[in-house]
Design a protein around this ligand. Structure first.
Ligand code: ATP
Length: 269
């Protein structure tokens, strides 16, 4: 129950193609994770090329870190285990040792596997001084011990992937265990356009829909903000239709919705 999801690679339902922009991040993940998981034989010679055992995605909320983690598992053909830092520490006081052991032994049976730790700062944040809950401290120490234990045996096929909006809250000991850190930034106009194209790929849009205008109108939006804006815009034709039905007193059995216009988006901001 402390694990919020265990998903086999074919069932995750997100691929790199479903993520707009973030090309540099995808390239880095390919080199650091996908290639070593798929071709471990290329990484067993010499000392320079070593598979990455721990990786941190950090950046503002809603920039696609969770989405990247899921797509990464799909692309690497790895099982995906997802846990949330705050759930682990708030719900599971007391049984730190048993829980972490169970998690890690479960993971080694599922290898290749990506263990995604969202809000990694709340599980493995900086040592909280006198006020830190004893259970939180124990959980963190157990987690790190189990993680170190993994390194020797199954390291090529188990990746701990942490995500956080607050990288500065992380403990030094954790930073050391996450030697690769990738910044997931807010998109600029060009990248917002790419994200919008992905989100709106299957939608009925007016001909000549001006993606560039919408991208320029959404300065400061994260991928998640863009998604929410698109959902709000998509409601407008539905609302219009319902309104028409109420006025006309009739309901079409197979109604057609009008295409979305740039205006729908601007009005939904
Ligand atoms: P948080 O830090 O708040 O947990 P996050 O960085 O993990 O956020 P996600 O949960 O991955 O962000 O993003 C939320 C939603 O926003 C995604 O499910 C997706 O619908 C949309 N989204 C975000 N970034 C992108 C993107 N680059 N391309 C397409 N959709 C995106």
């Amino acid at each position: 129950n402390f694990v919020s999801a265990v998903v086999p690679p074919g069932e995750i339902g997100v691929k790199f193609d479903d993520i707009g922009a973030l090309e540099e991040v995808k390239r880095a993940l390919n080199e650091l994770v996908i290639l070593p998981m798929q071709r471990p034989e290329l990484f067993s010679h010499g000392n320079l090329l070593r598979p990455c055992k721990g990786l941190l995605l950090f950046g503002p909320p809603g920039t696609g870190k969770t989405l990247l983690a899921k797509a990464l598992a799909t692309e690497a053909g790895a099982n995906f285990i997802s846990i949330t830092g705050s759930t682990l520490t708030s719900k599971w006081f007391g049984d730190a040792e048993k829980l972490t052991k169970a998690l890690f032994s479960f993971a080694s049976k599922l290898a290749p596997v990506i263990i995604f730790v969202d809000e990694v700062d709340s599980l493995l944040g900086a040592r909280g001084g006198a006020f830190e809950h004893e259970a939180t401290r124990r959980m963190r120490n157990e987690f790190m011990a189990a993680w170190d234990g993994l390194r020797s045996k199954d390291s090529q096929r188990i990746l701990i992937l942490g995500a956080t909006n607050r990288p500065f809250d992380l403990d030094d000991a954790v930073i050391r265990r996450l030697p690769r850190r990738i910044y997931v930034d807010l998109p600029d106009a060009e990248n917002r356009m790419k994200i919008l194209r992905v989100i709106l790929k299957r939608e009925n849009l007016e001909t000549g829909f001006q993606f560039d205008k919408l991208a320029n109108e959404t300065e400061g939006y994260s991928g998640s903000d863009l998604k929410n804006l698109c959902i709000a815009a998509a409601y407008r034709p539905v609302e219009e239709l319902l309104e028409k039905e109420t006025k006309g007193g009739e309901r079409d059995i197979a109604p057609t919705l009008r295409p979305l216009t740039l205006d729908d988006f601007i009005h939904s901001k």
